[in-house]
Design a protein around this ligand. Structure first.
Ligand code: BES
Ligand code: MN
Ligand code: ZN
Length: 490
């Protein structure tokens, strides 16, 4: 997997500055005061920084903006990056500013002179998150990123936080790699084996194969994979770092490794993007990785349905009726509405097996959520105001966009079928909401539940705050934060 750049936070070492290779970043606020490290840079570079400030270079600069002095005289560094950031910036400002530096990080590494910056860990986190590229499918020499050293006035308390931040970055990168992989590489089997690999981090991993899924009665999940040569699987990751006997939080993910639409075939234009249709499962796997890496004091179980939606003579037809593990029958009107079928059975299994305290599912479920919310916010659907508020708060803290959507009986009515207990689609109006209503039919009474429709945020066509264009890893940070806030407070 793509590993985050090595980062460390140390106390300012002025004498190391002259010989620092790679890039040197200097953090300056609007009063233009040069911190001790910056003064050393300035002295070595014969007053270049002071001239820059006095010449008005900082005027009009926004928080997180960078101005670069290339090949500075008097230093070994290849560039000095002046980062505009107030010493008392918020965590998110510091993280965004870090991301601006992360974008510049190269093979030579970076030394950041952050002095009294109170958010050094967030700054570091921003650098790590943004310094990502997916190179697994390129040939040729791959350039490893150099190390990042952040120099601050007091480094003592930063180390545990820095370790946790690294665990988060690793989870995010794990998700991004999965989402970026093409479907001929990330088959259901390969996905399951990458999950299985996480056993070495202390997770308990179980992979259920088709015969077992059949015995469990998972007719919805299995119907999606009938047309594919790749076997349908369900992978389960358990992290029981909390108290014995405490009911776990269940995270459920849609892992459609490729979505052609099936017999209700999608148009050719843009179909290649459907390699990301396992994004929900990717986030679940990434969060579980983070929780294991930072040894979270919480019980969390992640369950993902891994399947490929292909047309073939064995594929499910429109008009077919399938039976869910719950026992309800579903008339398949459109084989392209497959994600809800995957989730229905995995959610039911999660509740029957683990009796979780709450359940959150993630899925690249509908194109309609992109029409509604664009690429800025994931759709949040919930039957529980407290849980949903806690999630929205966690997402806000992490700077991951999320917006609550309505639900209601009238939407559910759109799913009525003539011949089965329900249809798998509710028509064009409110397509994301009727999809959520379909899922709600598989949520047991009294189970606090959130459905996150991440179709618009899992992978995007332009750079975001923390990621280059492509897979974002959206949700790993928010869910990790929710686990910390909700389950690790005593
Ligand atoms: N995987 C798609 C949703 C999707 C669309 C994800 C765009 C990411 C980007 C999902 O399986 C799907 O095809 N949904 C259909 C549902 C419709 C048939 C009711 C859709 O949104 O068109
Ligand atoms: Mn589909
Ligand atoms: Zn899909």
């Amino acid at each position: 997997m793509t590993t985050p750049a090595k980062t460390r936070i140390i106390e300012t070492d002025l004498d190391a500055i002259a010989d620092a290779t790679g890039r040197i970043a200097v953090v300056i606020g609007k009063d233009g005061t040069l911190n001790a490290g910056a003064r050393r840079v300035n002295k070595l570079a014969k007053g270049a920084l002071a001239r820059m400030v006095e010449g008005g270079a900082l005027e009009g600069m926004k928080s997180g903006e960078v101005k670069t002095l290339a090949w500075p005289a008097g230093l070994k560094a290849e560039a000095v990056d002046v980062l505009f950031l107030e010493p008392r910036a918020t965590a998110l400002e510091a993280r965004r500013a870090g991301a601006a530096l992360g974008k510049l990080l190269g093979e030579g590494g970076m030394t950041v002179l952050a002095a009294s910056q109170t958010r050094a860990v967030d700054l570091m986190q921003g650098i790590a998150l943004r310094a990502y590229s997916f190179t697994a499918r390129k040939t040729g020499a791959k350039k490893a990123l150099g190390d990042v050293t952040i120099m601050v006035s007091k480094a003592d308390s930063a180390q545990t936080q820095a370790d946790d931040a690294r665990a988060v970055a690793e989870g995010v990168f794990f998700t991004r790699d999965l989402v970026s992989e093409p479907a001929n590489h990330l088959t259901t089997t390969e996905f399951a084996s990458r999950i299985k690999d996480m056993e070495k981090l202390g997770l308990k991993v179980t992979v259920l194969e088709e015969d077992k899924l059949e015995a469990l009665g998972m007719g919805c999940l299995l119907s999606v994979g009938l047309g594919s040569a790749s076997p349908t699987k369900m992978a389960i990751m358990e992290w029981m770092g909390g108290k014995d006997g405490d009911a776990p939080l269940a995270l459920v993910g849609k892992g459609v490794v490729f979505d052609t639409g099936g017999i209700s075939l999608k148009p050719a234009a843009g179909m290649e993007d459907m390699t990301m249709d396992m994004g929900g499962a990717g986030v679940v796997a990434g969060v579980m990785r983070t929780l294991a890496q930072r040894k979270a004091r919480a019980n969390v179980v992640g369950l993902v349905g891994l399947v490929e939606n292909m047309p073939s003579e064995r594929a499910t037809r429109p008009g077919d009726v399938v039976t869910s593990m719950k026992g309800d029958t579903v008339e398949i009107i459109n084989t392209d509405a497959e994600g809800r079928l995957v989730l229905a059975d995995v959610m039911w299994y999660a509740q029957e097996t683990y009796k979780p305290r709450a359940m959150i599912d993630l899925a690249t479920l509908t194109g309609a959520i992109i029409i509604g919310l664009g690429h800025e916010n994931a759709g949040v659907f919930s039957n529980d105001d407290t849980l949903s508020a806690a999630f929205l708060k966690a997402a806000g803290t992490e700077g991951e966009g999320a917006w609550r959507m309505p639900m209601g009986q009238a939407y559910d009515d759109q799913l009525k079928s003539q011949i089965a207990d329900m249809k798998n689609v509710g028509g064009r109006p409110a397509g994301s909401i009727t999809a959520a209503q379909f899922l709600k039919r598989f949520v047991q009474d009294g189970m606090p539940w959130i459905h996150l429709d991440i179709a618009g945020v899992a992978s995007v066509k332009s750079d975001t705050d923390y990621a280059p264009k492509g897979a974002t890893g959206w949700g790993v940070m928010a869910l990790n934060r929710l686990v910390a806030d909700m389950l690790e407070q005593d």
